[in-house]
Design a protein around this ligand. Structure first.
Ligand code: SF4
Length: 418
């Protein structure tokens, strides 16, 4: 096996997974899995100032030096690299997520160029799904028409009703954003553009009532939604969570929201985190990195063409997402060999001893990689959300077992398979 590229990063060599290459079983454990999800950051700034934003408000401040907007040549090069990876691995499908900052600040000309370049460059057997994740503020009818024509589905970030959303998602002058975002979602729902509305993304604040939040989101008739845990680590715990404390505010919140979602006769919408939990409990795969042992198949391209790991790592320490590679000089196969990306493809073998011995290991998978960070140990330990994850997973398992009516037969379902 070729040596791993030397990472440009500030993580100490002794921390997992910086020390991955020296792990005596690494060569036997690691089989690279092709990347399938490409998050392309077309603009590095935002027209909101949400106080929980991992890009601007947490440890890594590299956005200050990043190119504001992606140059057209970088978009073209990114498309060529995605196509190269698709060809190399004969991928039948890839997903390109147009992201930021606020991606709509880049303008439709650049977004159009990227979308057309990806579709032009990939081999004919590779299906391309395009999506954009936006705060919604710049979604007018002209841009929605353009996104619809390009086949780009639109996901909007919103945290519930007005009070819940405006707790954090505010303009720099302190004004709340809910009214303008809700109006944008109304435009997005226009039936003249079928399939354009991708869904809603909500970051949890346990001060907000979970059922009220769910129902406020549901009032926008989303085809799908997802709940995100706010980013944090053992060194900088999320709001209201004391690292290592047994209380489970996030597990309780998710359990209440799950009960509201699950306890209806006819499904009202898809909630990714809940559906992933059910799938994992029944032995299936997860569709995101929030839960499950992986493998991770997501990579990020920044506005200047630098290839990064998941950018939520920027919430842990300065430089955590850096690979030192660029679409100008490296392939995505090169990025796959970066220790952190490789570690996220090791499955259970990439977890620390606590997680490997945990009864909900095969559902939880150690939680989200970013949430495991602890200075000195790296990403090898359990999630800072560990008690919350156990609480939530056991709650969902209890509901499923009760519904299936024979808990005896469910012994082992969603539990560690040995
Ligand atoms: S619940 Fe905790 S110990 Fe168990 S796998 Fe998840 S993070 Fe690890």
């Amino acid at each position: 096996m070729e040596p791993l590229p030397t990472p440009v990063r500030k993580q100490p060599d002794a921390e997992w997974p910086s020390n991955l290459a020296s792990h005596r079983t690494f060569g036997a454990l690691w089989q690279p899995v092709p990347l399938r999800h490409f998050v392309v950051k077309v603009h590095s700034r935002c027209n909101l100032s949400c106080d929980y934003c991992y890009l601007y408000e947490m440890a890594d401040q590299s956005w200050r030096d990043a190119s504001k907007a992606m140059a057209p040549a970088v978009a073209d090069r990114t498309a060529v690299r995605i196509a190269e990876h698709a060809r190399e691995h004969r991928l039948d499908a890839v997903t390109v997520i147009v992201h930021g900052g606020e991606p709509m600040l880049a303008g439709m000309a650049l977004i159009t160029r990227l979308a057309e370049a990806v579709r032009r460059e990939v081999p004919e057997y590779t299906r391309v799904s395009l999506a954009i994740q936006t705060n919604g503020l710049l979604l007018d009818d002209a841009s929605l028409d353009a996104l619809y024509a390009l086949g780009i589905s639109v996901g909007v970030s919103i945290d519930g009703g007005e009070a819940a959303n405006d707790r954090h998602r505010r303009f720099a002058d302190g004004r709340g954003s809910h009214a303008r975002v809700a109006a944008a979602i109304e435009r997005l729902r226009d039936p003249s553009r079928p399939g354009l509305y991708g869904g809603l993304l909500c970051t949890i604040d346990v001060e907000n009532d979970p059922v009220e939040v769910y129902e406020a989101l549901l009032s926008h008739a989303p085809p799908a939604m997802d709940f995100l845990l706010p980013h944090g680590s053992w060194d900088t715990p999320p709001p209201t969570r004391e690292a290592g404390a047994p209380e489970t505010p996030y597990g309780d919140w998710l359990a209440a929201a799950f009960d509201r979602w699950y306890g209806v006769e006819r499904a009202e919408t898809s909630v990714r985190l809940f559906e992933d939990t059910l799938a994992l409990l029944l032995g299936g795969p997860s569709s995101s990195e929030q839960l499950g042992p992986g493998p991770a198949t997501v990579v990020v391209v920044d506005t200047d063409g630098m290839i990064e790991q998941v950018d939520t790592l920027k919430s842990t320490y300065d430089g955590a997402a850096v690979t030192g590679m660029s679409v100008h000089t490296h392939t995505f196969d090169d990025a796959l060999r970066h220790p952190s990306l490789a570690a996220r493809q090791l499955g259970v073998a990439g977890l620390g001893a606590t997680c490997r011995a945990c009864r909900v290991r095969d559902v939880c998978g150690g939680g989200y990689f970013t949430h495991r960070y602890r200075a000195g140990a790296g990403f090898g330990g359990p999630s800072v959300y560990c008690p919350d994850l156990i609480r939530f997973i056991e709650h969902v398992r209890g509901r499923v077992a009760a519904d299936l009516g024979n808990t005896h037969d469910l012994e082992g379902v969603g539990w560690v398979r040995r």
